[in-house]
Design a protein around this ligand. Structure first.
Ligand code: FRU
Length: 470
């Protein structure tokens, strides 16, 4: 084992007892800062979650790959750090990447980051593991470098390979910046994961957009090609949207035809998601709940920063991506729950006995055909709350948490189904049956436990189910 890995693991073991207030069912590191999920896979009977990790502090810094395993994607076991930035080609960080299983071995493809003399350079590397715990980096690394970029590219933005197999070849989508402005998804092909050929560009920013693309993911779902991207929007400060595109990709000819683009999450704290297939062959997505806007005091007090969102099962319905929390959440239900079959609310706010808290699973449906707007207010205390409203006439969502975000629907809605997961520091709202998801990291006071259903006009509330979660 390398010195850097040893040192990190000893540091974690010695200092993790000083951390506190971890969420109950969202993954956090034992200590320190985490960002993107990496190398997600089901390998040798277990799920593996690797992630961008700085064990030594509560802010982003030189990146390692942390590691955890799980049988059900809900209960995670911390494992020793998997990758440390020990080679010359990755001195300033082992950045994001993905995993692929070949003949009982786990191969990961990840970005080496170099930041020297004001010159940032990024390259791609391969490491192999028999057990998912320890990795051997290839002598041939880096397998993709600056010279493998299309002409005119900015070498400082070449990262986050997502590798997959298709028709007997290996393919990797990697973000690049072939023009001065805007991002692109570059496609590479290989027979052995070592020699790679550049194939072409399968998606690009709109002309002139000042943005950086990160963490591409490309997969087929119900015969549709789905591309997921995380974006640093340089025009709008503080916006880090994740989007998805639906369309058709012809890998051999490097053609991407995208006919639908939408926000993947409409909240404030969901970034760099990655997908993989679970043991049942379903497409699962895990994203990073990013503490960009979170108060530093919370991090300092708790000793950790950043967590993984609840794993979400993806499907396509009516030409849109649907996200649903993984069913393992149900095992965390503490009691028999509360149930209300029907209740009409008219120009008022209504809360219910025993339907309150900071760790819960709440679902309900509303008929808003006679309402002007419907609002669910969560984590309400003396000083603040998180609110999601739907304005019936404008077909518009308004999410009010760390800021205000508005999202317009194309078509009017008369009924809506909601599922809300709260875990003290986070709220994930799966609205409209999972077509719209709003994720936020929050820092509520201890007493901020109230849940209020509000209606302007008349809203019929159905099948309210509430469970406290362990
Ligand atoms: C996304 C990202 C990736 C990069 C990693 C570095 O959050 O910026 O593009 O590989 O984080 O930690």
């Amino acid at each position: 084992m390398s010195n850097l890995l040893d040192k990190a693991n000893v540091y974690i073991a010695t200092n993790k007892k000083n951390t506190k207030n971890h969420p109950k069912f969202h993954y956090t590191a034992p200590i320190g800062w985490i960002n993107d999920p990496n190398g997600l896979c089901y390998f040798k009977g277990e799920y593996h979650l690797y992630y961008q990790y700085n064990p030594y502090g509560i802010h982003w810094d030189t990146m390692y790959w942390g590691h955890a395993t799980s049988k059900d994607l809900i209960h995670w076991e911390h494992k020793p750090v998997a990758l440390a930035p020990e080679e010359d080609y990755e001195r300033d960080g082992c950045f994001s990447g993905s995993a692929i299983e070949i003949n009982d071995e786990l191969y990961i493809m990840y970005t080496g980051h170099l930041d020297r003399n004001n010159r940032v350079r990024q390259n791609q590397n391969i490491a192999i593991s028999q057990d998912g715990l320890t990795f051997k980096k290839l002598e041939a690394n880096p397998v993709l470098k600056e010279i493998d970029l299309p002409k005119g590219s900015q070498p400082e933005d070449f990262r986050d390979p997502k590798v997959f197999e298709y028709k007997g070849s290996y393919w990797s989508v990697i973000v690049g910046r072939p023009k001065e402005q805007g991002g692109a998804v570059l496609l590479y092909r290989s027979d052995n994961l070592i020699q790679w050929d550049y194939v072409g560009i399968i998606a690009e920013s709109d002309k002139g957009r000042e943005e950086i693309w990160e963490c591409p993911d490309l997969f087929k779902l119900q015969d549709v090609d789905v591309l997921i991207l995380s974006i640093i929007d340089l025009q709008e400060t503080n916006m880090h949207p994740t989007i998805y595109k639906l369309g058709n990709v012809d890998l051999e000819n490097s053609q991407g035809e995208w006919n639908y683009t939408r926000d993947l999450d409409c909240g404030f704290s969901f970034y760099a998601p990655q997908t993989f297939l679970d043991s049942k062959g379903r497409r699962i997505m895990i994203g990073w709940m990013s503490p960009w806007d979170a108060d530093d005091a919370v991090r300092l007090e708790n000793g950790w920063a950043g967590m993984m969102a609840t794993p979400r099962v993806l499907t396509i319905e009516d030409g849109q991506l649907i996200q649903k929390p993984i069913e393992g959440i149900d095992q965390l239900r503490q009691d028999k729950g509360e149930y209300i079959k029907e209740k009409v609310i008219c120009n008022e706010g209504e809360s219910f006995d025993n339907i309150s808290g900071q760790h819960f699973d709440l679902s309900f449906e509303v008929d808003i055909s006679k309402a002007n707007s419907f609002t669910i207010e969560l984590a309400k205390g003396k000083n603040n709350s998180t609110q999601l409203s739907y304005n019936v006439h404008r077909h518009e969502w308004i999410f009010d948490s760390n800021g205000i975000r508005k999202v317009q629907e194309d078509d009017p809605k008369e009924t809506l189904a909601f599922r809300v997961l709260m875990d003290r520091y986070s709220i994930e709202i799966f609205a409209d049956g999972g077509k719209r998801v709003f994720t936020a990291l929050i820092d509520p006071d201890e007493d901020a436990r109230e849940i209020v259903f509000l209606s302007e006009g008349k809203t019929a509330l159905y099948n309210v189910e509430f469970y406290s979660l362990i």
